[in-house]
Write a protein that binds this ligand. Structure first.
Ligand code: GLN
Length: 241
């Protein structure tokens, strides 16, 4: 049984980010992989050792402020689980919270977990639009697509990015990088939601989650006609002119 945790579903769920959890679970079910999800809100207990896949979505600055203190209390147990292979997908506000801090436009410093070597500063212009990223998944180079809307500009330190920006802004609109990767933690600015459109990314998260359970297996291929179309329509629109 794979165990999914959606952390702060009531606060961090911008632009249908919850769809990431639905896509992860549905692609498990289509393969007869048993899976269940626990939703954990501020003040509610969770044992990350017991979780295989943790999802943190995006939220406004206000919502980030509301969950920041609660998240910081969970820092040690979360870091330990990450070191032991917990698979995490953190989007936008959730991504920013994995780093050192988020400095808002008003100059307020919202502390982050500091688990990933990155920081975020709000810029004076929101970075909004469709994004195409080139990303390496195992030995394959794939394009992933999504939608971004953030004022935060993230700068990663000694970390791999999730991928290279082919269209859109990504982490900060300056260095051509999007997202961050650390152990089994995947961070991205891409909403959409991200996973329903990008089946290869979903599948690598499922595969890593199974590995955390000690199960090493190739996943049964699924019919991905609509998922592949979702990517190729955007690639045709933004790249092959
Ligand atoms: N509050 C953050 C920002 O604007 C995150 C926004 C989001 O999660 N979409 O940068």
């Amino acid at each position: 049984m794979l165990k999914v945790c959606h952390l702060y579903p009531d606060l961090l769920n911008l632009y249908g980010d919850r769809g990431n959890v639905i896509a992860f679970m549905q692609r498990c079910r289509w393969r007869n992989i048993p899976v269940e999800c626990v939703e954990v809100n501020v003040g509610e207990p969770v044992d990350f050792n017991d979780i295989d896949f943790l999802f943190l979505g995006g939220g406004s600055d206000r919502e980030q402020n509301l969950m920041a203190a609660d998240l910081l209390e969970r820092k040690n147990s979360l870091k330990e689980a990450i070191d032991q292979g917990l698979v995490v997908l953190a989007i936008c506000g959730g991504y920013q919270m994995m780093g050192q801090y988020y400095l808002t436009f008003e100059g307020q410093k919202i502390p982050g977990l500091g688990i990933l070597d990155l920081y975020t500063k709000a810029g004076d212009e929101r970075l909004i639009g469709n994004v195409i990223v080139e990303m390496k998944i195992e030995t394959e180079t794939v394009k992933i697509v999504g939608f971004e809307n953030h004022s935060g500009q993230t700068f990663i330190g000694n970390l791999d990015p999730l991928g290279k920006v082919l269209a859109g802004y990504g982490n900060n609109g300056q260095d051509g990088l999007e997202g961050a990767r650390y152990k089994n933690v995947f961070c991205s600015y891409l909403h959409g939601p991200l996973l329903p459109k990008n089946s290869k990314l979903t599948d690598i998260l499922i595969k890593l989650s199974l590995e955390r359970r000690g199960i090493k297996q190739e996943l049964l291929p699924l019919e991905d006609y609509f998922e592949d179309q979702a990517v190729s329509v955007m690639v045709d629109r933004y790249i092959k002119k």
